[in-house]
Design a protein around this ligand. Structure first.
Ligand code: 3HC
Ligand code: NAI
Length: 701
């Protein structure tokens, strides 16, 4: 069946794009539109044509899934479709509702007239995928709206509500309610009044000294979008609209699009777009799984994490009780929450009246009785199994049947925690990241017995509190922290072998990381990792560790909070200052191990860190702890400061080539073999990595 429905309403043919979910302009739909146009042309009874979209969008644009496949170029391509519309001898009216984005808006701009429903979201969001609008958007939009407005839309990709275009030439009418009858009536009027076939391409871009303005825009964009080539190319394409005849401008735009679609940055952004949406899908939990209702929440523990978690609920309008065992801890926790809200209000991010509104939703308590009716309770007490046991036994006793019992543990076994209760099916891990009210990532840990509706409800809740929920199975460290441990181990080994903390940090920050491993450790607190390592030394005596981090901790240098860690810090400042004390400590440690330091290249540093992540990621995938490689990437992009333009550790490995990665790991293993305290075993490739490398595939294929 055609993806473009055709029907006639009097003298008006209505072509309805029907390619759920968002009428992406894939090959089938493009063909359907052209066939509809031909049918209307051949029918003398048809005097004008309306094009609209079925369901939730006019059109979300080109079908992103087709990019870099033959289907995206297959005729009729989007240019051809738009040309056919523009060349139609019968007026074509776009009936725009809900969403007209990217190619969808470009298609509308090719129509002779456009009628929009109030509230429709209008955008050229290609830049968010590392692209520029490639079907005339950069040439036509500046011809119908003021140049600054067009450029802003193209460079930011941000949606603008249809009513904001009142007074521009983008829409001929903006109507309330159902847009299709309005567009049909409008088309009828065009016919009756003989209003002709105006084309956007024939309009002029109206702006005095446009080139000066565009040069200014180019400089600004280059400064803010350092890692992405698309925004500057967007400006170039708009500049072509100003300086070139229309067809030549179209060619310039097309060349820019074809260049950008091949870039690793665009691949990474598209990976992130689909990866975020894929994360919500759990193969054995159908999308229509009935959800438990969440209208109230509770948090146990008002410390670093508990306070932030409670804020998330309040921010989403969900009333939340927060419980502590000690009055002073409760007071301190509530005061911190208030201070956070007040700071947001001072910075203008929150209305002053909302501070009280949100504080009003957070009720402190020291009695479990007050929590018993909550729909979900999140435990955020000390990371100690016996404390978790005490809390979960109590929760089992008091909470109403059907309440979700969640733990924010970062390392403990969620199955064991569930077994403290008589309702393990209601227990789940919700691993927030610090600061919990800010960080977007939420690892949702599915226990062996977690019920499907508990998982589905928690995933839904994640998006309600504006988090990116990603499912993890149970293992030590879950997905993110289990991988980061391997990364930190390599960082430590590199200090032993000859690098300085600042060299390691600089190398990885140069490729776009927000913070290198040592600056990060100083920020998070070196004692956190030390505590975990001490446990590991007992539980996993087979696992080797570099020892400089322990020595730093033995000096009481826990990082920023103690004014010194791998770096030193001036009082009240966060700037990491290299410290000769650490240099001496490292030199002495190398000497004790019998290591002659060597010079490590930035390339070695970067690849040892990233391949340590990706190899552990491969094991996690193989064990089924992560559902898909893109889930791992989404965790790293949203929770670990991995640079967006690199797409995450698994995509990085894919782009490097898994075959090449395996070879590189062999070199690292050989080097570790020769190094005292080296750990060649760290470079044993995961079986999945070897398999995919031998098949010439990637993790994300
Ligand atoms: N192509 C293919 N699939 C698309 C798509 C597109 N352009 N836009 C959305 N989808 C898919 C999503 O992947 C998702 O699929 P799933 O259900 O299998 O996970 C589904 O449509 C629904 O998407 P959302 O979950 O995002 O739904 P929302 O209702 O929240 O948002 C939207 C709808 C505003 C259209 C949003 O999806 C969006 O912003 N889409 C991207 C739009 C875009 O970037 N368009 C430009 C494309 S590039 C282009 O047009 C090139 C041209 O210039 C040549
Ligand atoms: P914290 O020490 O700042 O806060 C813990 C709070 O729990 C304290 O206020 C304490 O008084 C309270 N508490 C202790 N026992 C209690 C009990 N029986 N009943 C009620 N309250 C009790 O600890 P933090 O950092 O907030 O960690 C909490 C949990 O979150 C831990 O499981 C930790 O592993 C996890 N986590 C911590 C992250 C971090 O960066 N700090 C990140 C992600 C998870």
């Amino acid at each position: 069946m055609s993806q473009a429905r055709y029907e006639q309403q009097g003298a008006i043919a209505v072509i309805t794009m029907d390619n759920p979910p968002v009428n992406g302009l894939g090959m089938e739909l493009r063909r359907g539109i052209v066939e509809g146009l031909q049918r209307a042309k051949a029918d003398d009874a048809v005097k004008a044509i309306v094009i609209t979209g079925a369901g939730r969008a006019f059109s979300g644009g080109a079908d992103i899934r087709e990019f870099n496949t033959p289907a995206s170029f297959a005729e009729p391509n989007l240019h051809t479709v738009i040309r056919e519309i523009e060349a139609s001898t019968k007026p074509v009216v776009a009936a725009v509702h809900s969403v007209a984005m990217g190619g969808g808006l470009e298609l509308a701009l090719g129509c002779h007239y456009r009628v929009a429903a109030t509230g429709a979201q209008i955008a050229l969001p290609e830049v968010k995928l590392g692209l520029l609008p490639g079907a005339g958007g950069t040439q036509r939009l500046p011809r119908v709206v003021p140049l600054e407005m067009a450029l802003n839309m193209i460079v930011s990709g941000a949606p603008v509500k249809s009513e904001k275009f009142k007074g521009t030439k983008l829409f001929d009418e903006i109507v309330e309610g159902d847009v299709v009858p309005a567009a049909v009536a409008f088309a009828q009027k065009v016919v009756t009044e003989g209003r002709g076939l105006p084309k956007v391409r024939d309009l002029k871009v109206d702006y005095p000294n446009a080139q000066g303005y565009l040069q200014f825009a180019r400089n600004t964009v280059r400064a803010v979008a350092r890692n992405f080539p698309a925004p500057a190319k967007c400006v170039d394409a708009v500049a072509a609209a100003v300086s070139m005849p229309f067809e030549q401008g179209l060619d310039a735009e097309r060349a820019g699009f074809l260049e950008l679609v091949q870039t690793p940055e665009s691949r990474a952004l598209r990976h992130s777009f689909f990866g975020e949406r894929a994360a919500a899908k759990i193969p054995d939990v159908p999308a229509d799984t009935p959800l438990r209702k969440i209208e109230s929440a509770a948090v146990i523990g008002a410390g670093t994490m508990g306070g932030g978690i409670a804020m998330n609920f309040a921010n989403a309008g969900i009333p939340v009780r927060i419980l502590e065992v000690k009055e002073d801890a409760l007071q301190k926790g509530i005061a911190t929450i208030r201070r956070n809200y007040e700071n947001s209000a001072k910075k203008g991010r929150l209305k002053p009246e909302d501070v009280e509104k949100r504080m009003g939703l957070i009720q402190p308590t020291m009695s479990y009785e007050d929590l018993k009716d909550a729909d979900i309770v999140v435990e955020a007490v000390f990371e100690d199994m016996s404390v978790k046991e005490e809390v979960f036994k109590k929760l089992d006793e008091v909470m109403k049947p059907g309440a979700i019992l969640a733990s924010n543990t970062s390392t403990l076994d969620v199955n064991k925690i569930a077994a403290f209760t008589k309702r393990p099916q209601d227990v789940i891990g919700t691993h927030f990241f610090s600061p919990a009210n800010v960080m977007r990532l939420l690892e949702i840990v599915r226990g062996e017995k977690t019920a499907k509706d508990v998982l589905a409800t928690t995933m839904k809740l994640a998006s309600r509190i504006k988090k990116l929920g990603v499912v993890s199975g149970v293992c030590d460290g879950f997905i993110g922290n289990r991988m980061i441990e391997q990364y930190s181990r390599q960082a430590g080994y590199m200090l032993e072998e000859g690098a300085s903390p600042q060299q390691v940090d600089r190398a990885i920050e140069k490729i776009g990381f927000a913070m290198g491993p040592f600056r990060m450790a100083d920020l998070a607190g070196n004692d956190v990792g030390w505590y975990i390592r001490k446990r590991r030394y007992v539980e996993r005596p087979d696992m080797k560790y570099p020892k400089i981090a322990d020595k730093v901790c033995e000096l009481g240098r826990f990082g920023q909070k103690t004014g010194a860690g791998f770096y030193k810090y001036a009082p009240g400042k966060r700037d990491a200052i290299p410290d000769p004390v650490i240099d001496e400590l490292i030199v002495a440690h190398r000497k004790a191990l019998g290591i002659t330091p060597r010079k490590l290249s930035d390339d070695e540093i970067v690849h040892r860190l990233l391949f340590a992540l990706a190899n552990e990621g491969a094991k996690i995938l193989e064990e089924g702890i992560a559902l898909r490689a893109s889930d791992i990437d989404m965790i790293y992009l949203s929770g670990y400061g991995f640079p967006l333009h690199r797409g995450g550790p698994m995509l990085y490995a894919d782009m490097y080539g898994l075959y090449n990665m395996v070879n590189r790991m062999k070199e690292f293993a050989a080097m570790a073999e020769k190094t005292p305290n080296g750990d060649p075993g760290a470079w044993t490739p995961a079986p999945l990595l070897l398999k995919l490398a031998s098949e010439g595939k990637g993790f994300n294929d």
